[in-house]
Design a protein around this ligand. Structure first.
Ligand code: GLA
Length: 381
């Protein structure tokens, strides 16, 4: 530790360093859960949410760390005579639904917008921020995705809209994760924390296609300095298990999101998972990459056309390296240890094979399938 570090440590011992804010404490590691939108879109109802909660527990996803069950857009009904938002007929009793989700040891999330309408044209929260936040708190909501959608205005107005909701949430006294969604239009990563965001979308919408997923995921490079405990870049929810990509492509998706310390919000039908999907979503060694307490987001260290090598430093001093092949044929790829600052002998473990590969010097090479990845954790011996 240098002198500055020693002074900081001493001050911290005396309790003078302000702790993370209560809002930060809500997401010390990237949030993990599920959201109805990617699979069910507007066909979401009380039963879909209860089924997802049941499946999250019975499948083992909860044990692997997933906790939020998030209702996406289209749950809203009209406002009553006092302006209080009502759910529509697909959600007969939100409080009972929250109680049910909580009884499973899970948390419930909801969705709204800072404008008059949500993306799907349902009732937004503008002018009703305090009322809506209090309604959510009364129901027992634990997570709010606040989606810009059909709102309009300058960047300053956007910040005001998000701040209003953050203050309204704070006033309720209930801890509610605040998820901003403005698609990265206005460099939200630079100001997201100042409006209380625990996470913020950095991109447009994902879809269940390799091309779209890869473009979003690999374009996150450069945003790593904006992520950390309590505040995360969000390259959108997962598509793993929705059927539009090959197993190797989904493995790329899950590996990349984990290296990015991205929120792991599953978007498939949890009640109908193939063994392969379940195994992927619950791979604890890959999840540990995402959930590493240091909260460092990975970044690209080398690129040669469609071949990309990414690295994520871990709290224990090990390094996770992803060899990503974006080409259409299997290709041999190599990481030179000098590229990741290591010299001498290192041990290498494959996180998808869950296997120690032994000791290596200078470099590690592997055949990487089309659109696939080899993900390894490297430790100095
Ligand atoms: C936007 C968001 C999506 C989803 C839909 C719902 O498109 O980016 O993630 O929430 O709205 O309408």
């Amino acid at each position: 530790m240098n002198r500055f570090g020693a002074v900081l440590a001493a001050i911290a011992c005396l309790g003078f360093i302000p702790s993370l804010s209560a809002q930060d404490n809500l997401s010390l590691t990237p949030p993990m859960g599920w959201n109805s939108w990617n699979h069910f879109a507007e066909h979401v109802d009380d039963k879909v949410i209860r089924d997802a909660a049941d499946a999250m527990v019975s499948s083992g996803l909860k044990d692997a760390g997933y906790v939020y069950i998030n209702i996406g857009d289209t749950w809203q009904g009209q406002r009553d005579a006092h302006g209080a938002i009502q759910p529509n007929s697909r959600f007969p009793d939100m409080k009972a639904l929250a109680d049910y989700v909580h009884s499973k040891g899970l948390r419930l999330g909801i969705y709204s917008s800072p404008g008059h309408k949500t993306c799907a044209g349902y009732e937004g929260s503008i002018g009703h921020e305090e009322q809506d936040a209090q309604t959510y708190a009364n129901w027992g909501i634990d997570y709010l995705k606040y989606d810009w959608c059909q709102s309009s205005g300058t960047l300053e107005q956007m910040k005001i809209g998000y701040t209003k909701m953050q203050q309204a949430i704070k006033k309720t006294g209930r801890p509610i994760v605040f998820s901003l969604c403005e698609y990265g239009w206005n460099k939200v990563w630079e100001w997201g924390p100042s409006v209380g965001g625990n996470l913020w979308r950095t991109t447009g919408d994902i879809s269940d296609e390799y091309r779209v997923m890869a473009e979003i995921g690999f374009n996150q490079n450069g945003l790593e300095k904006f992520a950390g405990p309590g505040h995360w870049n969000d390259p959108d929810m997962l598509e793993v298990g929705n059927g539009g990509m090959t197993e190797d492509e989904y493995r790329t998706h899950f590996s990349l999101w984990s290296m990015l310390a991205a929120p792991l919000i599953a978007g498939n039908d949890l009640s109908k998972m193939t063994p392969y999907t379940l195994e992927m979503l619950t791979n604890r060694e890959v999840i540990a990459v995402d959930q590493d307490p240091s909260g460092k987001q990975g970044y690209r260290i080398a690129q040669e056309g469609p071949f990309e090598v990414w690295m994520k430093p871990m709290a224990d001093g090990s390094l996770v390296v992803g060899l990503f092949n974006r080409q259409r044929t299997t290709e041999k790829m190599t990481v030179n240890f000098s590229q990741i600052g290591l010299q001498g002998e290192v041990s290498v473990r494959d996180l998808w094979l869950k296997k120690d590969l032994g000791s290596f010097r200078d470099s590690y090479s592997a055949n990487v399938p089309r659109h696939g990845v080899v993900l390894v954790r490297i430790k100095k011996k």
